[in-house]
Design a protein around this ligand. Structure first.
Ligand code: AMP
Ligand code: MG
Length: 307
């Protein structure tokens, strides 16, 4: 059920979350499938609804830095600086897990969305919230996308389309220099202004074919087969075919997104949803430029194209 994210809607959602249920809600990146991060039963329901593999960890959303620190054993100076600069915002920090939460690491962030923050406040919980879609498929940027992918979710709080439209950037700050685990909405250039050097995984750094099979996993994928290419006119593939490109390419009938990487990212998932809705069998996507600005978009397109 889709519910408007007004005061009454948020109150109802918070009640459900406190009762151990899952609720989908908007963040500034994509819609999240939220549940009490420290209720085993509630978290198990996230994995079940998404059909998410159990090895894929969840990001915990909290209201502020103090709440984040309480989940960490070590809170490095760098985490403080990054939080001061970018929170609330689309940056996830991986830190050592506090002793009372077991061993290993935990990923945390403070979302920059009024509805998400109000929900954290009203529920008084830390919320695990992976993207609100079936595992491997396209992340939702609207409440309608959520319901189409997860018809069994008890409640979707509707806060309109999400601003960034792509997942958060994930950085491991347990190591020095810090390590980029997932490129995302927060650009590397901005990150580096605080971190200085940062380690990039090879396959992210060069955008090339992934070396380890674990990394080449299909993810963020539409129903249609997606083919990434430098020359969209040279590909022949099962019809109906759609071409996805950006403004500088003149391809008649193509789905054309912005040539600005941030705007392109904001529209990408919605465009893939639109093409799936049109019943397209093949999406031929123009390779974005091999520059760092396009890192997150290239990562998502490469994974969407992995078979
Ligand atoms: P999402 O699928 O958007 O919920 O994001 C989850 C992603 O966050 C994972 O696929 C990892 O890339 C990252 N992540 C979450 N928790 C951890 C962790 N403890 N250590 C390393 N990466 C993590
Ligand atoms: Mg996801």
């Amino acid at each position: 059920m889709i519910i408007t994210a007004d005061a009454g809607g948020i109150r109802r959602a918070a009640d459900l979350l406190r009762a151990g249920q899952v609720v989908a809600f908007p963040t500034e990146t994509v819609y999240g499938l939220g549940a009490d991060a420290f209720s085993e039963r509630a978290v198990a329901e996230i994995y079940r609804l998404k059909n998410r593999p159990s090895w894929n960890p969840l990001i915990v959303h909290v209201a502020d830095v103090t709440a984040a620190r309480a989940l960490a054993k070590q809170w490095p100076d760098l985490a403080n600086e990054l939080a001061a600069q970018f929170w609330p915002g689309p940056l996830t920090l991986v830190v050592e897990r506090a002793g009372h939460l077991g061993t290993g690491t935990i990923a945390v962030r403070v979302p920059a969305h009024d509805v998400a923050l109000k929900l954290l406040d009203a529920s008084g919980l830390a919320l695990a919230a992976p993207s609100a879609n079936r595992s491997e498929s396209i992340s939702p940027t609207t409440a309608q996308h959520v319901l189409r992918s997860l018809p069994d979710v008890p409640m979707v709080l509707d806060g309109g389309p999400t601003r960034w439209g792509i997942e958060s950037t994930v950085v491991d700050v347990t190591v020095d220099p810090p390590r980029l685990l997932r490129p995302g909405a927060l650009p590397l250039r901005d990150l580096r202004q605080v971190t200085g050097s940062i380690t990039l995984p090879d396959e992210v750094a060069d955008g090339a074919e992934r070396s380890s099979p674990g990394m080449s996993k299909r993810h963020y994928a539409p129903r249609a087969r997606l083919i990434l290419t430098d020359d969209v006119s040279s590909v022949s593939a099962p019809e109906p075919v759609a071409v996805l490109t950006y403004e500088t390419e003149d391809v008649p009938g193509a789905e054309i997104l912005s040539v600005d990487p941030r705007e392109y990212a904001a529209d990408l998932y919605a465009a893939l949803h639109r093409l799936d809705d049109r019943g397209v069998r093949t999406i031929i996507a123009k390779n974005p430029p091999p520059t760092e600005e396009w890192l997150a978009v290239r990562d998502r397109l490469t994974r969407a194209a992995a078979s």
